[in-house]
Design a protein around this ligand. Structure first.
Ligand code: SF4
Length: 477
């Protein structure tokens, strides 16, 4: 690959197994601080919205949101009574979309939930998991059939000054960050260790091959994947993998799995960890506690959490953020719990019964399918490393995605209990996935967590495996 070559102009790569068409649920138009450029403001503020939609007459629809490069930026004002954008109508449809069409509304609105990461290996389009339709994964056209729209979106995004700045934050490579010094076409793979983009592609294919194998639960597959990443990926090892893949192709076998990962996978499988975890859940780690608390603090601080943690639970948790998770941990195998610390609306006995009741196999496998899609989208979309993910190294970032799967399952427990259900259903897990996407993959809230300490903790594969198995305890049984 030539040094310094522009990242643009290469064919956009589209995530293989995601589908989407907006179902107008209106979630992305509520409570979010959606900023847009001066150019979009000039265009949109010229329109007599109050004449077209009398209910908007006299309303302040756009409010200043500061400056960027000496130019003002704006955000959509939210209604007081329901925290929704003024343009959202009673049927959860966008009035701007209705009047201007999808192509002419603000570019940031048009873009959601698409995400395009620009890297030295090309641009990768995928979907975000804080849209319920994306999480459900069963509605709309495959993204691969929307290529022309996504390409146009990508081009228009780059033309808009404010949007382009956001995009720059998602650009990995080309000298824009300290992780990828100018002119270097390598990726910060682990502390003190860099890999070239083509090699990253091979490792991703290997990880993907591991995640899509379904002869063991997703937890086992993810733990195997973290072990794969813990292997020292030297050039010589990659050559062995390459040759193994060529052989696998010649034999008509899978393309993605080579000799080394195969061995690791076998070791993890023969470890029989899941069955042992059912008998004696491992101790949660410090990493687990810190991340869980952060997640809960984020969840309970959001207005939409009131929907998730109904029955007054959210209000109580706001004052006691983090105790929810701690108490679930206690109940999961460490004995005592104070009922007050969890909230009266969910009985402690119900919690105890919940964590000791296995999820039915069909639900567990549907949950695995959702989480596997989540992990694959993060993998394909280059979501978890570099500037896009708070400057994590590749291995730590991937391991964090694995941890997110466990956190999503924990939230699913809480969501089910808040709705008087002992055992979580698929819908509960969907809420858990949305919660982790919001908390950790939508920028600001996670900003305090980019320290080296966490990165190093996430490189501790054994601790990660314990944590992951902990949350999946009695879920995978
Ligand atoms: S959250 Fe997704 S489905 Fe709902 S309105 Fe937004 S883009 Fe459409």
């Amino acid at each position: 690959m030539s040094k310094g070559k522009s990242q643009r102009g290469r064919p956009l790569q589209i995530v293989p197994d995601q589908r989407f068409d907006c179902r107008s649920c209106g979630r992305c138009c509520r409570s979010w601080n959606i900023t847009f450029s001066q150019a979009d403001h000039e265009r949109l503020s010229k329109i007599e919205w109050g004449t077209i939609f009398p209910e908007l007459a006299g309303k302040e629809l756009f409010v200043p949101a500061g400056e960027e490069n000496g130019k003002p930026i704006w955000r959509f004002a939210l209604r007081r009574h329901d925290d929704a954008c003024w343009f959202l109508d009673e049927e959860s449809r966008c009035r701007m979309h209705a009047h201007l069409g999808g192509e002419k509304k603000a570019i940031v609105c048009r873009a959601f939930p698409f995400s395009i990461a620009h890297t030295e290996a090309g641009a990768f389009a995928s979907l975000r998991f804080n849209c319920p339709t994306v999480v459900a994964g069963d509605h709309g056209r495959p993204v691969s059939e929307q290529r022309k729209d996504v390409e146009r979106l990508d081009a228009d995004y780059a033309k808009d000054e404010h949007a382009a700045r956001k995009l720059a934050g998602l650009t990995i490579g080309g000298g824009k960050t300290d992780l990828v010094p100018d002119g270097e076409m390598t990726v910060a793979f682990a502390p003190g260790y860099r890999l070239e983009w083509p090699d990253i592609g091979k490792i991703e294919a290997t990880l993907d091959g591991c995640i899509t194998r379904d002869e063991m639960s997703l937890t086992g597959r993810l733990i195997a994947a973290t072990h794969i990443l813990a292997a020292p990926w030297t050039r010589a090892r990659l050559t062995v993998l390459e040759q193994a893949n060529q052989q696998a192709v010649a034999d008509g076998d899978r393309v993605a799995v080579g000799i080394e990962p195969e061995l690791i996978f076998e070791v993890v499988r023969s470890d029989d960890a899941e069955r042992r975890a059912l008998k004696a859940p491992p101790a949660p780690t410090l990493m687990h506690r810190v991340l869980s608390r952060h997640l809960l603090r984020h969840v309970v601080s959001r207005p939409w959490s009131m929907r998730i943690l109904e029955a007054g639970l959210a209000r109580r948790l706001t004052a006691r953020a983090g105790l929810f998770v701690r108490d679930l941990m206690l109940l999961a195998g460490f004995g005592s719990i104070s009922p007050e610390s969890f909230g009266r609306s969910v009985g402690v006995r119900a919690i105890a019964r919940s964590v000791s009741t296995p999820v039915p196999v069909a639900t567990a496998s549907a949950m695995d399918e959702t989480l596997a899609r989540f992990v694959r989208a993060k993998l394909f979309g280059k979501f978890f490393f570099g500037p896009r993910f708070h400057r994590f190294h590749y291995v730590a970032g991937f391991n964090f995605v694995v941890l997110c799967c466990s956190l999503a399952r924990a939230i699913a427990r809480g969501h089910a209990l808040a709705h008087d259900r002992l055992v979580p259903e698929l819908q509960d897990l969907h809420e858990g996935v949305i919660a982790v996407e919001d908390a950790f993959f939508s920028s600001a809230p996670f900003a305090g967590f980019h320290g080296r300490g966490l990165q190093l903790a996430l490189l501790d594969v054994e601790a990660l495996a314990r944590t992951t198995r902990f949350w999946d305890w009695r879920v995978v049984g």
